[in-house]
Ligand binder design. Structure first.
Ligand code: SF4
Length: 352
């Protein structure tokens, strides 16, 4: 196929899609608002997150930090606590950094064009296009997983969409299709359409307004598209957490490494790349006079590129004088006020 469309082809697709959107509106709290701060918050929260999960977080952020300056003035611990449970924590760190940048370097004024938006930490082409169209009515086409799927199926794109050429074809199609008059409605329409009609599995082709010209339907290749060249292989990581019980206290540390869950709290940790016998773990702690028994609990958390196996060891037999200074003693009752990764929060709720 060619990625160059005739005006007629583009108009047909756009009009059918917008008519479907008119008949199937999906009211969301931030959609009636043109405030770029609120739109930015919603877009960052909804990256990799379902609307039903993200909505309470969005409402909390708007209430706790009504303006970008309020967010900039908050402490890292506060922002991480507000984000706790939502996952992909680099989003929260970038959000906070970008808020500080806007407050301090731009006098609190939000960038109002695509290029300026791309300068914000954590804002890539997708989010910049979303904010540019939703807040400023600029004709930048959003391209997310929904858009890749709808366009590759409808236009019969058989190039893998995760290759340079595949991405280029989809981008060229999207740029020709976006409505110059109502870009925000168009962008929302195609994303909703991908989520509700042209779904990854079992798309609703029998009632699809685009079905009579859909390339994948004509070719019988709906299940094949979009094509991806790379199969995702998740790295397996084993996090061994030491739950040291000292009366009503335990020990925690802040995760500082440049890795997942940075700036969140955790129990003292040893990481391995496979299942490891307790004797080996014990040998990795020379000088720490503590004794390990088999894990009390094992939990698993799946992220996009990795699978985390959390093993929680209860330690009652130890000598506090031999523990490193970076392990901070805290009352168990205070753990609720700090931000932990979801897996650790689950353990805390179940165990304490
Ligand atoms: S006919 Fe089916 S595959 Fe084609 S655009 Fe509609 S829902 Fe998607």
């Amino acid at each position: 196929m060619t990625s160059r469309l005739t005006a007629r082809e583009a108009t047909h697709f756009r009009e059918k899609l917008l008519r479907w959107y008119d008949e199937n509106p999906r009211p969301l709290p931030w959609k009636s608002d043109k405030d770029p701060y609120k739109i930015w918050l919603s877009e960052i929260i909804l990256q990799q997150t379902q609307v039903s999960q993200g909505l309470p977080y969005y409402l909390h952020f708007i209430e706790a930090y009504p303006t970008v300056r309020d967010l900039a003035d908050a402490s890292t611990d506060e922002v991480m606590k507000s984000w706790e449970g939502l996952g992909y924590y680099s989003r929260a760190r970038n959000l906070h950094a970008a808020a500080k940048f806007i407050a301090n370097e731009r006098d609190g004024v939000f960038p109002d064009d695509y290029t300026g938006l791309l300068e914000l930490k954590g804002v890539g082409p997708y989010t910049a296009a979303a904010i540019a169209s939703f807040a400023y009515d600029l004709p930048h086409a959003v391209i997310d997983g929904n858009v890749y799927r709808v366009l590759s199926r409808y236009f019969g794109v058989y190039e893998a969409v995760d290759t340079t050429i595949g991405k280029k074809i989809i981008t060229q199609l999207a740029d020709q299709l976006i409505s110059r008059d109502i870009p925000a409605a168009y962008n929302q329409a195609i994303m909703n359409f991908g989520a509700l009609v042209c779904k990854p599995k079992a798309p609703v082709c029998h009632s699809c307004p685009l079905s009579n010209r859909c390339g994948a339907k004509a070719d019988g290749s709906i299940d094949l598209l979009p094509i991806k060249s790379k199969r995702l292989i998740r790295k397996q990581r084993y996090f061994h957490y030491l739950i040291i019980i000292d009366g009503d206290n335990t020990y925690i540390e802040k995760r500082g490494v440049d890795d997942i869950w940075k700036s969140l709290y955790q129990f003292p940790i040893l990481e391995t790349s496979g299942v490891t016998p307790i004797t080996s773990l014990q040998n990795w702690m020379p000088g720490y006079n503590l004794h390990l028994n088999k894990p009390k609990t094992e939990l698993k958390q799946t992220l996009t590129h990795q699978e985390i196996h959390g093993l929680f060891y209860i330690v009652r037999d130890f000598n506090a004088d031999t523990l490193p200074d970076s392990w901070v003693k805290k009352p168990i009752s205070s753990l609720d006020t700090l931000a932990f990764p979801k897996m650790i929060r689950t353990f805390i709720s179940d165990y304490f």
